[in-house]
Design a protein around this ligand. Structure first.
Ligand SMILES: [Zn+2]
Length: 370
């Protein structure tokens, strides 16, 4: 951002350019690719490619486009992305539209490849496991499977296509994780706004972002339990569609346009414990949200309601739920120290220290036992 502009006085808003969601929406990928370019490339792992290749290939062919596929198994590393880019440009026919398909990793690999190629980007999530599809950021991992850096695209995706006929077949644990990730967004945004923080576009949050966050929360609260039932039945009904919009579109808009706070800061500490690091991101931040509420000194009644909702959808309410066999002060201290390294800590009403995290975690541990 320009140093001459006082960004604390500028409201900033951004979003994916187009969003389509519904049963069979996959069929829109071909025409969308034709609008955006001439040489589409699918970036996906083998499992996802088997799922979407044929409808994508024929959809592209109907518009005179020949779809190619680059395999993206494993973590999103600089080495993997470099290798894909070298392979797909070897013929001299550089792809100009990337379809990034899959869960978190698959989508992120596609985002990284699109940036390196300078290509347009169509995101095709196969589960509602996180709020990444609509965002302009992705994460690089190192060879040790540790998060290396948060990266940014020059713009948000050109299109996000969410086929609920595909998402309805995703594993239950992934949908629960998506619920956990999205549930944090209203409350983290509220803290970021209260602290006059800047959002992920480098400006102040808008009234629009606040309203989208409130609606995100409502869609989750009203549809999560019913949406999980729809998943079991394998039918993308109204509850599932509303829940999906909450998790993929609204949560993405909410966090980029509002900012993050304590719930996500907690992952810096939680991932220092190997058992917790192995748990899904949404489970980690769902627990982190309870710690944020404890730091906010919410009432007993509010805490009880939150814990009850977490239980109703299968989200972690304690370190034990996150896989820690014996919870002691040493574990709590280790997590607290890690949380203190997070950049989003400044998005809180008051300065925090490691001890305040220890107290908050101890509170959550005891409340979740009740
Ligand atoms: Zn998240």
């Amino acid at each position: 951002m320009s140093t001459e502009v006082n960004m604390t006085q500028v409201r900033a808003y951004g979003s994916a350019h187009r969003y389509f969601q519904g049963p069979g929406a996959l069929g829109l990928a071909g025409p969308m690719c034709a609008r955006l370019g001439k040489r589409p490339l699918l970036v996906a792992d083998t499992t996802v490619a088997q799922l979407v290749w044929e409808p994508l290939r024929s959809g592209c062919a109907q518009h005179g486009l020949q779809l190619e596929w680059a395999e993206s198994n494993g973590d999103v590393t600089r080495a993997l992305v470099k290798e894909i880019v070298q392979t797909v440009t070897a013929s001299g026919q550089t792809p100009d539209v990337v379809i990034a398909a899959g869960g978190g990793k698959g989508v992120d690999t596609g985002k990284a490849v699109s940036r390196e190629l300078g290509a347009r980007l169509v995101v095709l999530p196969t589960s509602a496991s996180n709020d990444g599809p609509c965002s302009e950021s992705f994460v690089y991992y190192n060879a040790r499977h540790e998060m290396e850096s948060v990266e940014h695209l020059p713009r948000n995706p050109d299109a996000v296509i969410v086929d609920t006929q595909v998402l309805i077949k995703a594993p239950r644990a992934l949908l629960i994780s998506g619920i956990g990730d999205a549930l944090c967004k209203l409350y983290e945004g509220q803290q970021a706004r209260a602290a006059n923080g800047l959002n992920l576009f480098g400006g102040r949050s808008t009234v629009a972002a606040e309203q989208l966050s409130l609606t995100c929360d409502r869609m989750i609260r009203e549809n999560a339990v019913a949406g999980l039932r729809s998943l079991e039945a394998g039918v993308p009904d109204l509850a599932f569609e509303n829940l999906t919009e909450g998790l993929v579109l609204l949560a993405g808009l909410a966090f980029e346009n509002s900012g993050l706070s304590i719930a996500h800061s907690m992952t810096r500490g939680l991932t220092r414990v190997p058992e917790i690091a192995a748990r899904l991101h949404g489970q980690q931040v769902a627990y982190g949200l309870l710690v944020q509420f404890a730091l906010e000194q919410r009432s007993q009644e509010f805490m009880a309601q939150q814990i009850a909702f977490h239980h109703s959808v299968g989200l972690a309410t304690s370190l034990r739920d996150l896989g820690v066999a014996s919870v002691d002060l040493e574990v709590i201290r280790c997590i607290a120290e890690g949380a203190m390294t997070a950049p989003h800590l400044k998005h809180f009403a008051r300065p925090l220290d490691a001890e305040s995290f220890e107290v908050a975690m101890t509170t959550v541990e005891s409340l979740s036992q009740d």
